[in-house]
Design a protein around this ligand. Sequence first.
Ligand SMILES: *Cc1c(COP(=O)(O)O)cnc(C)c1O
Length: 421
Amino acid sequence: MTQAPFWGPDFQALDAEDPEIAGILLSELDRLRSGLQLIASENYTSPAVLAALGSTLSNKYAEGYPGRRYYGGCAEVDKAENIGIERAKQLFGAEHANLQPHSGASANIAVYGAFVKPGEKVLAMSLPHGGHLTHGSAVNFSGKWFDVISYGVRQDTELIDYDQVRDLARQHRPKMIICGATAYPRLIDFAAFREIADEVDAKLMVDAAHFIGLVAGKAIPSPVPYADVVSFTTHKVLRGPRGGMIVCREEHAKAIDKAVFPMMQGGPLMHAVAAKAVALKEAATPAYQDYAAQVVANSKALAEGLAEEGMRPVSGGTDTHLSLLDLQPLGVTGAEAEERSDAAGITLNKNAIPYDPQKPMIGSGIRVGTACVTTQGMGPVEMKEISTLIGRAIRTESPAEAAAIRQDVSGLVSKFPAYPR
Ligand SMILES: *Cc1c(COP(=O)(O)O)cnc(C)c1O
């Protein structure tokens, strides 16, 4: 324990100087305390992570890496980054780790930068089937600068079509193959992807943004032994600060580090790097492993509950923290469901389902995740209750019924407060 006074997050100072922004911070806290947060990519970081984020490490310029900086005065931040790197290597059983990417998308730009040149071929999952924007969307750098070929899921099983992946790989011989998704509820067969990548001599990148927290908590298998590189966000199930990270084999360490800095970024956000180190320490505890297992158990319970409410779980269910529900049996679109849930104090997102007849801005489905509600301490009994609330919210257009549901939501969340007072 340090006895020195700590110049840390000081809400009173903010409130005195800028009540407008201070008020927004308070009302956002109220928003997340008073409703149900089911966005699959969100979570609630610990007070310890928030303290590191709100620290004077934000002031420090530290271009470069520990021991090799372009600025003086880096002794303290070097320690924080080294601790974080060691924790990441330990937690994921990885040979190398880079904690500097500002976000998941930034981490992915770096991986492309390390392995592919503009115009070269990459094979990745298509966005409408669950892939991410950075996996080749025409409006993203990936689709603009690289020749991205897309694979998808089978229409009958809604599972990744590994035969299609192999056929496309043989036909196009991509430099890099990407697996990992943003709206795919099932486990991915990393060994199958490794075999395909080896056959065509491609690098294998696993974008584990969504599920890396479940890997950290040993709730699902790790991609690390199979991938050349694993990129991910630190703020989803992993429950760290908003940011990105990359782990890779030692043979790629130099290429990845050079691609993050100086190819893609300037100075790292050292407050975020320190906060990532804190989150990695938390994720290595038995309590976090219990959390990760509970996230998956809750996710299965929620998908089953929503199926009982008449929604169809895409692929028949889930193995992870998220599920995708087809609302066509209820005659409601994803956009309508999102809006009606919002009116009832339930935050979730509309989502395209595979082979969706609707436009992306409408969508036939919703995506729900259990990272937040599990952090709040909820279990399968509450998942059942949440399914009923969502079912009621989605079916009604009545403002009075929405208000009644909001009351029930409020009753439920008051028993499991996020950031207890
Ligand atoms: C969330 C996500 C990202 C991007 O993360 P940002 O921090 O929002 O840039 C990248 N890939 C996948 C698969 C994701 O789910």
